[in-house]
Ligand binder design. Structure first.
Ligand SMILES: Cc1cc2nc3c(=O)[nH]c(=O)nc-3n(C[C@H](O)[C@H](O)[C@H](O)COP(=O)(O)OP(=O)(O)OC[C@H]3O[C@@H](n4cnc5c(N)ncnc54)[C@H](O)[C@@H]3O)c2cc1C
Length: 398
């Protein structure tokens, strides 16, 4: 029996190695259109490869998989983050868990993961054909099983051949990007980090918490990346021109008001800009103060009237709204939202509902996660599932 795997990325290699472990007699070939394999693994996590997450801080999978959380919940019963952790360690990769629960190779080098996957593939006799783009299944007629692990396709066109086979497609749009905000005064604060903000899209339920970094083009950092993931489709539909509200303090209006009143009571003589409330970075505080009070921002705490205090409390607790001018050039992770619809596949085996013995794994599916190792975990889980499905079908047929 022969299996063809289209795509030499994380999902393709993980599938190939696991399939050979389950079915040593299976001939497995990976077809990769590029000159090199596993190129995204190489650049991932800033060259360190955030290969999974402990999920210890994840209460609801939907918060880390905006698309595909139900399927991931089901499939992770068969191959979880703990299984992935054990798999890599038992294949010679020592892993380490960071304080934020992200898992990296102890070497802090993505080549450790690449060497593991390519080494195991070689050891099991997986054939790897690079510079071989597969554009139709006709090219693979001699194979008994075919797995598509072609990764995220930013263009709908790239998925057309799968649509032509009858598969429903969710139009691809980018996820995990930073936002351009054309506000010179804000951009002048570049390098400022606020540790725990809430970024929101007003008028929707989309909100994301975490650190925010002000950059020379606008806003970045985990809170913005997460919001771009939750709002990937919404923002695409609005041509990336949307209002974004920031709660700089991650506190309610009344709590901020109470802190402001305390300062008014105890530090009346101090100039406003010299006492930053709620632990805000002082440069950001000065900017917000000026935005809210204009010329009056040069005054003292004792000069601020009730209305002004209300305006300040509101601005610091979610009333600060920006207009995005587009997506910014990505610097960090980048994944595709959309792809082969989950309706097109059997949720237990990941086999196509339209073409027998055709399977899907990895980012080509309409599953994507936020940053933190969740996207690789989706690749390992779906690839393992497909390896198991092919192995079981093969066993039944023998
Ligand atoms: C800069 C960057 C950093 C990232 N960092 C992280 C991280 O730290 N942690 C994390 O969890 N996720 C990270 N991600 C996301 C993660 O890399 C992807 O989710 C993951 O690689 C998806 O694996 P895949 O095998 O499905 O697709 P890919 O890794 O994209 O592999 C698909 C392969 O298929 C090949 N291919 C496509 N079409 C064809 C064809 N027709 N014929 C033959 N070959 C084809 C492609 O050339 C490619 O090699 C990062 C992404 C980027 C871009």
């Amino acid at each position: 029996m022969k299996t063809a795997i289209i795509g030499g990325g994380a999902a393709g290699f993980f599938l190939a190695v696991n399939l050979k472990e389950m079915c040593p007699e299976m001939a497995v070939t990976i077809f990769e259109r590029g000159k090199r394999v596993l190129t995204k693994v190489e650049v991932s996590g800033g060259g360190r490869c955030n290969c999974t997450n402990t999920f210890q801080e994840v209460r609801d999978l939907q918060t880390v998989y905006p698309r595909g959380h139900r399927l991931m919940k089901r499939l992770m019963k068969g191959f979880s983050q703990d299984d992935a952790f054990r798999w890599f360690e038992s294949h010679g990769v020592r892993l380490t868990v960071q304080d934020d629960q992200c898992v990296f190779p102890l070497s802090q080098d993505s080549h450790t993961i690449i060497n593991c996957l390519t080494g195991e593939a070689r050891r099991h006799g997986v054939e790897v054909r690079t510079e071989t783009k597969i554009a139709t299944l006709n090219e693979l007629e001699s194979y008994d099983f075919i797995a598509v692990t072609t990764g995220g396709s930013p263009q709908l066109q790239g998925l057309q051949w799968l649509a032509d086979l009858g598969h429903e497609i969710e139009p691809p749009v980018p996820s995990l990007f930073t936002l351009r905000i054309d506000d010179e005064a804000l951009q002048a604060l570049m390098g400022t980090v606020v540790n725990n903000v809430i970024a929101m899209i007003p008028g929707t339920k989309m909100r994301a918490e975490g650190p925010l970094l002000i950059t020379h083009w606008g806003m970045s950092g985990p809170a913005i990346l997460k919001l771009s993931s939750y709002g990937a489709r919404y923002l695409a539909e609005h041509n990336y021109q949307s209002a974004i509200a920031v709660n700089w303090t991650n506190r309610r209006d009344a709590e901020v008001m109470s802190e402001l009143q305390q300062i008014v009571s105890h530090q009346r003589q101090k100039l406003l800009h010299t006492v930053a409330p709620c632990g805000l970075p002082s440069r950001l505080w000065t900017y917000l103060l000026k935005k809210c009070l204009g010329e009056r921002s040069n005054g003292r705490w004792g000069d601020v009237n009730g209305k002004e205090l209300n305006r300040l409390a509101n601005l610091l607790s979610g009333g600060d709204i920006y207009q995005t001018a587009g997506r910014a050039p990505f610097k960090d992770e980048f994944v595709t939202c959309g792809g082969v619809s989950l309706q097109a596949i059997d949720p237990s085996t990941l086999e196509s509902r339209h073409v027998p013995h055709l399977y899907f794994a990895g980012e080509v599916l309409d599953i994507d996660g936020i940053t933190g190792g969740f996207n690789f975990q989706a690749a390992w889980t779906t690839a393992y599932t497909v390896a198991q499905s092919i192995a079981l079908t093969n066993e039944r047929n023998c």
